[in-house]
Ligand binder design. Structure first.
Ligand code: ADP
Ligand code: MG
Length: 266
């Protein structure tokens, strides 16, 4: 696998090029470009229904979306040709906006199976049960996760906040290269938001990257992004730094929507 180009620079961790995606015959993404390098945190903001979850889900391979044009590359590889399972093994992680309940599957077993699968694809040996439990319990503790919740079925009967914590526990234990976090702040009170943000910040590293999807800038007070992008009309219409999120907080999204419509009408 060609991991580096001739001059020795690595390809971007994630490269989305001119992506067009339809859902149920409606075009949701229309020419979206996004480049994410190792070490970077990108926030994707936008009004409700602008396609933020669509983007996150298409990167991870959630079924139900039709990619009609464009490319998604992960370390230079064509992600769209890979099953969701292979994408996870390659190091892509998605925290769902609405985490799914898995009745009959215990949280601890679920995580262990996932960790084993990922280690296997990296050519690493399975962790001994005792070792895995030690890792899991240490991570759970830092996330303020009650040990009882590891015994329960995945997300079953969890509160909204507990489900979000569970997503971040998965992130911590699976240790992917790219974390796509979809509205991980929604439904969290201020204390839980801090715990979850600490979990995400602990994941930050020079060889990792985060795509943080959020409608509100609140979580960006805790997780400082390197780049902020605004998704409107199926494309990134504005990119900037942290200050762009603050501007959105005070001005809303309409001024950008108007600017975009104005520009395309010219
Ligand atoms: P966001 O996350 O930015 O709020 P989404 O990506 O969830 O936006 O949704 C983008 C658009 O796609 C919305 O108009 C939404 O109603 C539509 N959409 C998403 N999923 C479906 C679906 N399964 N069937 C029909 N429309 C859908
Ligand atoms: Mg969404």
């Amino acid at each position: 696998m060609a991991k580096s180009s001739k001059n020795g620079t690595k390809p971007a961790l994630l490269e989305v090029r001119n992506l067009y995606v339809s859902v149920a015959e409606n075009e949701i993404l229309a020419g979206l470009d996004l480049t994410v390098h190792e070490g970077e945190v990108h926030a994707i903001m936008g009004p409700n229904g602008s396609g933020k979850s669509t983007l996150a889900n298409v990167i991870a391979g959630k079924p139900g979306y039709k990619v009609t044009a464009g490319e998604v590359l992960f370390e230079g590889r064509n992600v769209l040709a890979m099953t969701p399972d292979l994408r996870a093994r390659a190091g892509i992680f998605l925290a769902l906006q609405y985490p799914i309940e898995l009745p009959g599957i215990r949280n601890r077993e679920f995580l262990r199976t996932a960790v084993d699968a990922i280690r296997e694809s990296r050519g690493e040996e399975k962790l001994a049960i005792r070792e895995f439990n030690k890792l899991l319990e240490a991570k759970a503790k830092t996330l303020g996760f009650d040990a009882d919740m590891l015994k329960r079925n995945v997300n079953e009967g969890f509160s909204g906040g507990e489900k979000k914590r569970n997503e971040v526990l998965q992130l911590a234990v699976l240790d992917p290269k790219l974390a796509v976090l979809d509205e991980t702040d929604s439904g969290l009170d201020i204390d839980a938001l801090k715990v979850v943000s600490d979990g995400v910040n602990a994941f930050r590293a020079p060889d990792k990257a985060i795509v943080l999807v959020t409608h509100y800038q609140r979580i960006l007070n805790y997780i400082t992004p390197d780049f902020v992008h605004v998704l409107i009309g199926g494309r990134i219409v504005r990119s900037g730094g942290r200050e762009l999120a603050l501007e959105l907080e005070s001005r809303g999204y309409d001024w950008l929507r108007e600017e975009t419509v104005g520009a395309s009408a010219e």
